[in-house]
Design a protein around this ligand. Structure first.
Ligand code: ZN
Length: 167
């Protein structure tokens, strides 16, 4: 009996949403790596043709580079893997809303889809500080999905900053 009710609610979840959670879990794994390296825990993965072609996490501290955001590092890896600056059929999954620099890179790379977890009230350039894609005139607009594994994505960030504060 319990099983049948579980099954019916399970069937209500659209297939595509299940895929999104699956890839976001991988991005969260990258965020955990960042956390273990004492970096702000943000993780990203790029999916192309149903396959992972790049995984990266924030490495600003390790590289001493202001631009070493998870999204930028993932885009660079994907460019290298595909052998093209265009990532037309690829999707970027990132645990936190991208900043203005990363949104710029997403437009430049012509990514087909952007999926992110939690909003970033301090740097977010999709829905928070500015809403870049509400501006008309860009050469490229990705499809955007937000709020995938929002709680998990936000918890890991909160945990990191709480730990920093308590140090
Ligand atoms: Zn960024």
């Amino acid at each position: 009996m319990e099983n049948s009710s579980l099954k019916s609610s399970y069937l209500c979840v659209p297939f595509i949403y299940m895929n999104e959670e699956k890839w976001m879990r991988l991005a969260l794994k990258e965020a955990e790596k960042a956390e273990s390296e004492d970096e702000v825990p943000v993780g990203a993965v790029i999916i192309c043709g149903g396959k992972v072609i790049a995984q990266a996490h924030n490495r600003k501290e390790a590289t001493k580079k202001a631009t070493a955001h998870a999204e930028i590092l993932a885009i660079e890896k994907a460019n290298k893997k595909i052998g093209d600056w265009r990532l037309l059929d690829c999707e970027l999954y990132v645990t936190v809303e991208p900043c203005a620099m990363c949104v710029g890179a997403i437009i430049q790379a012509r990514l087909k889809r952007l999926v992110y977890g939690t909003a970033d009230p301090k740097f977010g350039a999709v829905e928070s500080v500015i809403k870049i894609f509400q501006q008309s005139g860009w050469n490229h607009y990705p499809e955007i999905i937000s709020g995938v594994l929002k709680e998990e994505s936000s918890q890991i960030i909160k945990r990191y900053f709480t730990k920093k504060r308590d140090k």
